[in-house]
Design a binder for this molecule. Structure first.
Ligand code: BLA
Length: 244
């Protein structure tokens, strides 16, 4: 959209694509075309989204926003099949202006039970510790860190885009690799009770996230309120209900 602004997070999209392409049973997950691409001339911006499913994942979705220097965003969530009670992989990387970069990435736990966190989230501790700049703490402005977030959350604010390549990209590659390996090596629990419990937790996650998503204002600015609401409830968090 803006010739001068590099697409800071495009290497992340490309890397994620190269990983998803190798997943067994990969297929496009169809969704409404008007949600998959939009552009705006004034202010200049474009948004594109993709979604897949595979043998191990019921939904992997990704979104890129290019509004020039005003905003660059890569946002993605990986939902394993409900036969896995494992965390979701949540990614939210944003740059605003030339001096404000916000990066959040987590194995987003479906439970805050100590054993659950130890089993599924603590495993990335060693990765996070390698990247000094990535261990900030989130505020309570939008989300509640005690719900659907773990202690191993990557959280970083930078005043320049430099660390996107030097720290965030290698950390991202390691998180994605660890995450995919964790799911592929896990034994699925196909029992009806477990599957319905996990599906309900995915639904709770979607509702929690849709109600708190600070991006709705941003979507509205460029593409209007109605589109923003449809994008949030039908694509980003498609198991959420709008609250009227
Ligand atoms: C914060 N995420 C934000 C903010 C915006 C977005 C605009 C507020 C930034 C600020 O003003 O400080 C943007 N959220 C988006 C966009 C999409 C979205 C563009 O869903 C969709 C395309 N958010 C997630 C996921 C995680 C997440 C999956 O969508 C998990 C890793 C985390 N985003 C997250 C957190 C904050 C945030 C924790 C709050 C940062 C803080 O408290 O300072």
């Amino acid at each position: 959209a803006n010739d001068e602004c590099p697409l800071f997070f495009m290497p992340f999209v490309e890397h994620q694509l190269s990983i998803t392409r190798e997943l067994p049973g990969l297929a496009d997950l169809p969704f409404d075309e008007h949600l998959s691409y939009q552009k705006s001339e004034k202010p200049v911006a474009r948004i594109e989204s993709w979604a897949w499913k595979s043998t191990h994942f019921r939904k992997i979705r990704a979104t890129y926003i290019d509004a020039g220097y005003k905003a660059q965003v890569f946002n993605s969530v990986w939902y394993p099949n409900p036969s896995y009670e494992h965390p979701l992989l949540g990614i939210d990387f944003l740059s605003f202006g030339k001096k404000k970069v916000l990066c959040v990435m987590d194995f987003q736990p479906l439970s805050q039970d100590k054993n659950y966190l130890e089993k599924y989230c603590a495993r990335v501790k060693g990765i996070k510790e390698k990247y000094e700049g990535l261990s900030g703490t989130m505020s309570a402005r939008f989300y509640d860190e005690a719900q659907f977030f773990s202690r191993q959350l990557v959280f970083a604010k930078f005043d320049n885009p430099g660390p996107i390549g030097s720290e965030l990209f290698p950390a991202f590659k390691e998180y994605v690799e660890e995450y995919v390996n964790m799911i592929m090596e896990a034994s699925p629990d196909e029992s009806e009770s477990s599957v319905s419990r996990v599906l309900q937790l995915h639904k709770d996650y979607d509702q929690y996230s849709a109600e708190r998503d600070p991006a709705i204002g941003l979507f509205s600015t460029y593409w209007g309120k109605e589109w923003a609401s449809a994008f949030t409830h039908e694509f980003l968090f498609s198991d959420s209900e709008p609250i009227s």
